[in-house]
Design a protein around this ligand. Structure first.
Ligand code: SF4
Length: 346
């Protein structure tokens, strides 16, 4: 039996019962695939169910405000996914008269949809013969064939895509793709794969050559940047504060307290002499208290954010127009959300 047949039989006997596996509606498959990029199934499940309930059709998603979509996405991270979903839903409804793209070539034109997602939707929903290559597929192929080409290089991306495409079962491309991904997620896992019960263990190169821990190869090209955030959490006597909409970066269009970003850790004296601070509180009487003595360190893929929350109490609310009781309605980052869970404003 060949690679694909073995995996499909294994898949049909072992697949998890997941809600997006009960449908071939491209809108639902698209939602699930975008949510599951960079997110574990157990975490993504609740978000998928919430999105399907709140926005049962692509039209419902398109007609929602971006703020509603971001609020529902809150806590999942990589917020560009939510912004792109909303943008593409609008594109489908307004530019394509609500007709969902049905081919790989059309799907890949959607904002936020790359080779992986276009292949997944095209094969699962429209039986198109396009192989998916995600982290799980890289791992299975690298180990089974003993491929040492780094997966995060142009050469590696091309090589793995070509092999994946050659292996696909042209009669059942969707099932084949899901089988390889599920097999990588559940059996050929990153740590301690279950080789003893693996249906491929007779012919797996990594197993026979004892190379499982070395494969797949990934070049270490990530550099982590340190950033220093000082949030000004304003608290007026009449329970008002100030929130701002972030203009760029991964948290674009999410809300946050006025932010002073600095090159290094700063103390209170350096804070009050900062231009943004003096502009905000010019001639106002304020008292300042640091909320967290230790920096809160928020880790994103390429950056670690060292954060201080400064509680600024003042009696006057000029330009400070957000009542505290409405703050939780705004879409915010997990960093701000965690702070809000701890802070008692009155
Ligand atoms: S034998 Fe082990 S390493 Fe090889 S494909 Fe199976 S689970 Fe993965």
């Amino acid at each position: 039996m060949n690679f694909s047949n073995l995996l499909i039989i294994w898949y049909l006997q072992n697949k998890r019962n997941l809600p997006w596996r009960k449908t071939v509606n491209p809108y639902y498959i698209w939602l699930s695939e975008i949510i599951l990029q960079q997110t574990r199934v157990d975490q993504g499940m609740a978000y998928y169910l919430r999105f399907v309930e709140k926005f049962p059709t692509v039209k419902d998603l398109a007609f929602a405000s971006e703020e509603q979509v971001l609020k529902l996405w809150q806590g999942l991270g990589y917020y560009s996914r939510a912004r792109n979903l909303h943008f593409s839903a609008n594109y489908i409804v307004h530019e394509r008269q609500g007709k969902f793209p049905t081919t790989y070539n059309e799907l890949i034109k959607l904002k936020g949809v790359g080779d992986y997602t276009a292949s997944a939707i095209a094969s699962i929903c429209f039986n198109e013969n396009t192989a998916v290559v995600d982290g799980n597929v890289y791992r299975v192929l690298a180990r089974y064939f003993g491929i040492k080409t780094p997966i995060n290089t142009t050469e590696g991306i091309k090589e793995f895509k070509k092999i994946a495409q050659e292996l696909i079962d042209v009669k059942k491309p969707g099932t084949h793709n899901q089988a390889v991904m599920e097999f990588g997620a559940r059996l050929c896992k990153p740590q301690n794969p279950d080789c003893s019960i693996c249906v491929l263990n007779n012919s797996c190169v990594a197993l026979s050559k004892n190379q499982i821990k070395e494969l797949p190869v990934k070049l270490n090209i990530t550099t982590i940047k340190k950033r220093y955030f000082n949030y000004l959490v304003i608290q007026t006597e009449d329970n008002m504060t100030k929130m701002e909409k972030r203009k760029k970066g991964v948290w674009k269009n999410l809300y946050e307290f006025p932010l002073i970003e600095t090159e290094n850790n700063i103390d209170e004296l350096q804070l009050i002499s900062h231009e943004k601070f003096t502009n905000l509180f010019e001639e106002l009487h304020v008292t300042i208290k640091l909320f967290n003595n230790e920096n809160v360190i928020h880790k994103l893929t390429h950056q670690h954010i060292y954060t201080k929350f400064w509680i600024i109490k003042t009696s006057i609310s000029i330009n400070i127009s957000h009542p505290w009781e409405t703050v939780k309605e705004y879409p915010v980052s997990t960093l701000i959300d965690n702070f809000l869970k701890l802070y008692k404003y009155n």
